[in-house]
Design a protein around this ligand. Structure first.
Ligand code: ZN
Length: 119
């Protein structure tokens, strides 16, 4: 199966319900109905203002969406991907599909989901 994008309607459906910060576990996929939707967020250090980059994907049907938003005030989280050497991370992020596959493996390995806290 190949990776593809969530449709705009599916993206809208993903934003319903409790926030990923409150319940970071898997949730139901608006495309295939499996309870396999996963997410990873990061906060790029080089952004001009506090930015939150989110990757949301379904481990069952391989649909995904990436978004950038303002970093919600006071939300802090661990970033297991940030522990990678910069060169390795650049290489991973150079290919979105490769990066998503890496995130999915981290989830299977129990490294993801991240834990969130409100400062
Ligand atoms: Zn799905």
């Amino acid at each position: 199966m190949a990776w593809s994008s969530f449709s705009p309607d599916q993206v809208a459906a993903l934003t319903q319900g409790s926030s990923f910060f409150a319940e970071p576990g898997e949730r139901e996929c608006p495309a295939c109905g499996e309870h396999r939707v996963r997410a990873y967020v990061s906060s790029p250090e080089n952004a001009r203002r506090p930015t939150l980059v989110s990757y949301v994907w379904c481990a069952a049907c391989l649909r995904f969406v990436g978004t950038r938003a303002r970093h919600p005030e006071g939300v802090v989280f661990s970033d297991p991907v940030a522990a990678l050497p910069a060169a390795e991370r650049r290489e991973l992020e150079g290919s979105l599909i490769g990066f998503l596959a890496h995130l999915d493996r981290l989830w299977d390995d129990g490294v993801l989901p991240q834990s969130f806290a409100t400062a």
